[in-house]
Design a protein around this ligand. Structure first.
Ligand code: ATP
Length: 428
């Protein structure tokens, strides 16, 4: 851990161990961070950028422990009474989720289980795959000790995704999606028996029993991965696209569009515009692009995607093709700018991926790299100094100036001033 974790995280975890000793409880770090630490991944960084997602399990009252931890480190604590969990947020932005070790029993397939407190071992037994059923002890005297009751380390070494027992997908069919996500993200393989169980779970219609919100959450996880296209292709191998919509089928056209979407998202990141806020929306647009309108509407009405993004997805499905025809005919920068200026970046990136028109592609690219940065030299205050009253004409003049800048009909401040004087004389 000392080699693999940044110093500040290591000392936070050591602090957790000390608090645990003082409280006389056993505390472990579990979940993805343990898997990534034990993997030969260069840096087990949380996927949400530089923040680490740390899950702690306490063999005792997790909420009481979280409060003690927060007090010691002057951190904030949010209690989720209903789930018996708490989130401790440290000043530097890192958050630790703290839970009481618990066991689950499934009363019926595909619905959420009943839980009761238990030991760490039992808690690890309710996990999805062996590589996620590993824990590291944090108490000072045994700091760094790995708990591995399901041969997770062997599977990490063999690059294998394996369920803990034969009923795993019946208990929770979202694990079918999770298995494929880890397989592709980590470059692992599904254990043969696990793959058979997945195929059976799909055939038995278990995925159909998932509530729309659980299915949507899984789909969002898939679309939010850094490289979602291979994951979607694998979902298709397992006949899982039907759960997005029965008419959604994998095809060379869909593969082309998704790959183009992935490239366009990367292009955006390279532009040093920062990351897209919601790259998943671009992939969502690509998936829906191959469905007829009524099917798009049905899909968006059923899935519980965040509202604003769902509206964007619907708008693009309805208007995207028309917009691209316009962009294919446009050669005036100011026209492109006005066509695109109020659209989210995700929409532009998707349109760029979708179009086969070089001109449309160039127009979108210019919007990002050039048009958006263009400003007239003259500002509102300059117009006031020229004797103009702020009002509708004032804004129209600023708009005209911007158009003229974009289209290259003015180049200098003197050009702009001449243009303003001409407009004031004949404002129509
Ligand atoms: P990442 O965040 O890198 O995708 P993670 O393993 O931390 O990986 P989470 O979804 O945050 O993923 O889950 C944390 C842990 O909770 C997992 O490692 C796993 O042990 C357990 N877990 C999550 N979802 C399930 C599930 N559906 N069934 C069983 N265990 C699960």
């Amino acid at each position: 851990m000392k080699e693999r974790l940044p110093g500040y995280l290591l000392s936070l975890l050591q602090g957790v161990g000390e608090t645990a000793d003082r409280q006389r409880v056993s505390v472990y770090v579990v979940g993805g961070i343990v898997r990534d630490l034990l993997l030969d991944a260069p840096n087990p960084e949380g996927r949400s950028g530089t923040r680490f997602e740390v899950d702690l399990i306490v063999e005792s009252d997790g909420i009481r422990f979280a409060k003690a931890l927060a007090q010691r480190d002057k951190a904030r604590v949010a209690i989720h009474e209903r789930f018996g969990t708490a989130t401790v947020a440290f000043a530097d932005g890192h958050t630790f989720d703290v839970a009481t070790a618990r066991t689950e029993s499934y009363d019926s397939p595909a619905v959420l289980p009943t839980v009761r407190p238990s030991s760490l071992r039992e808690d690890l037994c309710r996990r999805d795959f062996t590589i996620n059923a590993l824990a590291i002890r944090l108490n000072a005297s045994r700091f760094g000790e790995v708990v591995d009751c399901h041969d997770g380390r062997r599977d990490l070494q063999d690059k294998t995704i394996r369920v803990l027992h034969g009923l795993s997908f019946i208990d929770d069919p979202t694990r079918v999606f999770r298995a494929i996500r880890y397989e592709q993200r980590l470059g692992f393989q599904l254990d043969r028996n696990t793959a058979v169980l997945m195929t059976e779970a799909v055939k038995m219609g278990l995925v159909h029993r998932l509530s729309p919100s659980r299915l949507s959450a899984e789909l969002l996880h898939v679309l939010s991965e850094r490289e979602p296209v291979n994951i979607l292709a694998r979902l298709a191998d397992f006949n899982l696209l039907q759960f997005i919509h029965p008419r959604l089928k994998w095809s060379p056209g869909l593969a082309r569009l998704l790959n183009a979407a992935e490239k366009a998202v990367e292009w955006y990141a390279r532009l040093s515009l920062g990351r897209l806020t919601s790259p998943w929306v671009v992939y969502g647009m690509a998936l829906l692009d191959h469905l007829p309108q009524p099917a798009v509407q049905e899909t968006l009405a059923r899935l519980t995607f965040p509202r604003r993004q769902a509206q964007t997805l619907l708008w693009v499905a309805q208007e995207g093709a028309r917009l691209l025809r316009t962009l294919d005919r446009t050669d005036k920068p100011s026209d492109t700018f006005r066509t695109l200026r109020n659209l989210p970046d995700e929409t532009l990136i998707f349109l760029m991926a979708k179009t086969r028109s070089e001109r449309a592609k160039q127009n979108i690219s210019d919007q990002f790299t050039t048009y958006r940065r263009v400003r007239p030299v003259l500002r509102g205050n300059d117009l006031k100094a020229m004797g103009l009253e702020p009002g509708p004409l004032f804004n129209r003049i600023l708009d005209w100036l911007l158009d003229a800048r974009l289209d290259g009909t003015v180049e200098t401040e003197a050009d702009e001033r001449r243009m303003v004087r001409r407009m004031v004389r004949s404002p129509g």
